[in-house]
Design a protein around this ligand. Structure first.
Ligand SMILES: [Zn+2]
Length: 335
């Protein structure tokens, strides 16, 4: 707590203010005599503390604990492949559970996340002018053949970057209260959910995002449009869970994945500013990068980038039009 370790898996409450925080919170350190420690956000709440406005400990709660441990462990051991079994050992979970909770939170498996991190490091090292072999070792690939192997295995984010070459994407168009919507899904899950003024515009959006993918119509995907609309409008509890986030096929850089994951922790009816999200991700200078990650979100509503606004509360931009963003936020506030 004294070193503001963002990875520390506990919470502290301050008896004089009645507020509880994550250890990484930027607020002033209280006197030791006024501090109580908790294992979870719910324990702190049960003890009568309310969440800090600055570090949003309840939002971080879903992200803390085993997930944080898994992510930190992967990031600390890029020099070798980390198995699900190993991740299970450090979290006291079964390899199956590790896979499931990580995929649900991040939209990618632990193995895919490792690949994304390594590929990012490799690109970074090459950009800094390192020799190729040095860059490969620095990125945590044990040998050059393994780096190429990694690429050959299908570096999935790169594949998407190449316009979906080699991907089969099913699609379905439906009308919604917020305009026409199109859902696109690979065999791994939902990869595209967009809003549009007309059916033709919706269809064109998919083609533009994945110019090289093989597209086919799949009417079963209309369930995604229903789930997305329900995530904004329905007052039924548990809608978020029904949206089965493990069935999303999100692909991006490690940073994008973390931003999208953080977006999914913003409760319906609430908003966050870009700088708040950056702080939550532990990098106050990343505000612009957060904004870019929001602008490149491929799954409208279910990855609720519409819940991010300017510091002054202004709507700023929205990939699918600021008017629609206003409509979505109004619908959420009306509940
Ligand atoms: Zn705090």
């Amino acid at each position: 707590m004294l070193t503001r370790d963002v990875k520390a898996a506990f919470f502290y409450g301050v008896t004089t203010t009645g507020v509880f925080c994550r250890p990484g919170c930027a607020s002033r350190r209280p006197l030791r005599a006024n501090v109580r420690f908790f294992r979870s956000a719910s324990e702190a709440i049960a003890a009568g503390f309310r969440p800090c406005e600055r570090c949003h400990p309840t939002i971080a709660a879903a992200w803390g604990g085993p997930l944080d441990k898994i992510r930190a462990h992967l990031e600390d051991h890029l020099d070798r492949m980390v198995s699900l079994k190993e991740l299970g050992r450090i979290t006291d979970l079964s390899p199956f559970t590790v896979q499931r909770i990580f995929k649900r939170a991040m939209g990618v498996s632990p193995l895919q996340y490792q690949r994304v991190l390594r590929a990012g490091r490799l690109r970074g090292a090459l950009k800094r002018g390192g020799a190729v072999t040095d860059a490969i070792y620095e990125a945590g690939f044990g040998s050059s053949s393994r780096a190429y192997e990694g690429a050959a295995l299908g570096m999935t984010p790169a594949r998407f970057a190449q316009g979906g070459r080699g991907e089969r994407i099913g699609w379905c168009i439906a009308r919604s209260p917020f305009g026409w919507m199109i859902a696109g899904a690979t065999g791994r899950g939902l990869c595209w959910l967009a809003l549009a003024g007309t059916a033709a515009e919706a269809q064109a959006s998919l083609r533009t995002e994945f110019p090289l993918a093989t597209l086919h119509r799949d009417s079963a995907l209309s369930k995604w449009v229903e789930k997305a609309v329900a995530s904004v409008r329905s007052s039924a509890a548990g809608v978020q869970d029904q949206a089965a986030p493990e069935a999303l096929d999100l692909r991006g850089t490690a940073f994008q994945l973390r931003v999208w994951q953080a977006l999914r922790q913003i409760p319906r009816g609430q908003t966050r500013s870009y700088s708040e999200l950056a702080r939550q991700l532990g990098d106050t200078k990343a505000t612009r990068a957060v904004a870019r990650a929001c602008a490149t979100n491929r799954v409208a509503l279910l990855v609720p980038c519409h819940r991010v606004v300017g510091a002054s509360g202004s709507l700023t931009g929205y990939r699918w039009g600021v008017d629609r963003k206003r409509k979505l936020l109004d619908a959420e506030k009306a509940l």
